[in-house]
Design a protein around this ligand. Sequence first.
Ligand code: SF4
Length: 235
Amino acid sequence: MQKGETIEGELLEIIRGLKAYMTYQAEIGVKGFERSNSKSADSEVNLLDKDRLTLETIIERMGECTRCDLHKGRRRIVFGAGPENAEIMFVGEAPGAEEDRQGVPFVGRAGQLLTKIVTAMKYSRQEVYITNVNKCRPPKNRDPRPAEVAACEPFLMQQIQVIKPKVIIALGRWAAQTLLKTNTAIGGLRGKFHDYHGIPLMPTYHPAAILRNPNLRRPVWDDMQKVMKLLGKEP
Ligand code: SF4
């Protein structure tokens, strides 16, 4: 817990996030949830109106979103970039300074490295979809808080539902742990496919981590080769 934070404050923040999330679900027409805990995440997706959902309608519903505190410091919402029929979906943590300025995900140094990885996988950047768990930049690039993730994650779930990628690549600890609902370290998650609502999900290191530690290039490339194999592309 950071200095100045209290358990009460954290609880209040979680409650605020849950309230924002429930309000949002009501706005998009969700009328109820399955009672079984084991089915809740699937049910949440299934209850959305699949026929009407497009990337444009998600953007419309998002509007000038104020569902969590991250809206206070953002310049732009960074929704995502790429075609609706992308085979691969990359999911990072949250926008950084450059992304916040441009409104486009992964455009800084880490983004340039991601473009190189995509090219090495025999795709162009325009062929893949790139987004983040949270669509607004956290102050000083801190980790998004649980309430902020809870408020924003439905947008990501809907993006996945529209795009229906053949594979999701979770970039870094935060994205992998959020999507897989686990506390396992990224080193223990990467290198193998996990199931995300029926879609294979490969966690790997974030490009920013590779910039800090070039030794991570090899394991990331190993992970990407597994993805290429799954998609029928010879490395
Ligand atoms: Fe809305 Fe997501 Fe931005 Fe929070 S991070 S304000 S939920 S778009």
